[in-house]
Design a binder for this molecule. Structure first.
Ligand code: JCQ
Length: 243
């Protein structure tokens, strides 16, 4: 998978070089490129923003640098087109399902907005030439899209085959079966007056699986009843319903 990120703060994306993503890059599973949008400015101040048309507070990112960036990274680089993701508070909520969807894409390009956002014509122009999705990681406003890109790239990269050593850990993680994950414990059996639930030390895998399922349902009901609403009824058995 090829991933390009365009930002006026490329150093913000340094963490992607660490840990999992770093190893995935070494293994050639992920080809990550981070680009400074100011590379496509020509004025002495390398300005990327301008006053909002129609007035109002703040600044808007000018279209010209983005256009020239897309020319160099996409249109003049060959026939292939990336899926363009613009991280924004106005975007489609990012979920594990979207992470799975994005992990299947051969090429992702992230545009990090700053200020009040990117001139809408950049999105419209790009949408005529490639798939563009505005994505939100939550209902709050950040200074810029970089933090959202870090979260999205991490969630997507760990789903790319070979990036996570033990693929099994992908099976029963939160939001995989549409439920939150059961609580996790490690030795010692007793810690500061708190014990590991005995079933987890029973060695009875059937019981352990049942207990984890019950805990996942109870946790989801408590913290995220909205997820239960969305669950496919077929995935709940008689016992589940009684919980
Ligand atoms: C592209 O336009 C804008 C405008 C304002 C802020 C940002 C940065 O992104 C976020 O704030 C965000 C992303 N997901 N949840 C919040 C982008």
């Amino acid at each position: 998978m090829k991933i390009d990120v365009v930002s006026v703060f490329p150093e913000y994306l340094q963490p992607l070089d660490l840990s999992l993503i770093g190893r995935a890059r070494e293994k050639g599973l992920i080809d990550l490129g981070v680009h400074d949008l100011r590379r496509w400015t020509h004025d002495v101040h390398h300005s990327v923003d301008a006053a909002p048309a129609g007035g109002g507070a703040g600044m808007v990112m000018k279209p010209q640098p983005w256009g020239e960036c897309l020319d160099e990274l996409v249109f003049d680089a060959g026939e292939a087109r990336p899926r363009l993701l613009v991280t924004s508070p106005a975007g489609r909520p990012f979920t594990q399902a979207m992470a799975r969807e994005l992990a299947a894409e051969p090429w992702l390009m992230f545009a990090c907005g700053r200020y009040e956002g990117i001139d809408q014509r950049v999105v419209d122009y790009a949408a005529d030439r490639m798939e563009v999705t505005e994505v939100s990681i939550g209902d709050y406003v950040l200074f810029g899209g970089e933090v959202a890109v870090l979260a999205i790239v991490e969630a997507v990269a760990r789903l790319v085959p070979g990036v996570l050593g033990n693929a099994a850990s992908l099976d029963d993680e939160s939001h995989n079966a549409g439920l939150l994950e059961a609580p996790a414990y490690a030795k010692p059996a007793e810690w500061r007056g708190h014990a590991i639930p005995p079933v987890l030390l029973s060695g009875d895998h059937g019981k352990v699986d049942r207990w984890r399922r019950d805990q996942a349902l109870l946790r989801t009901a408590a913290a995220r009843p909205d997820l239960l609403e969305r669950l496919d009824p077929g995935s709940l058995d008689q016992r589940d319903r009684r919980l």
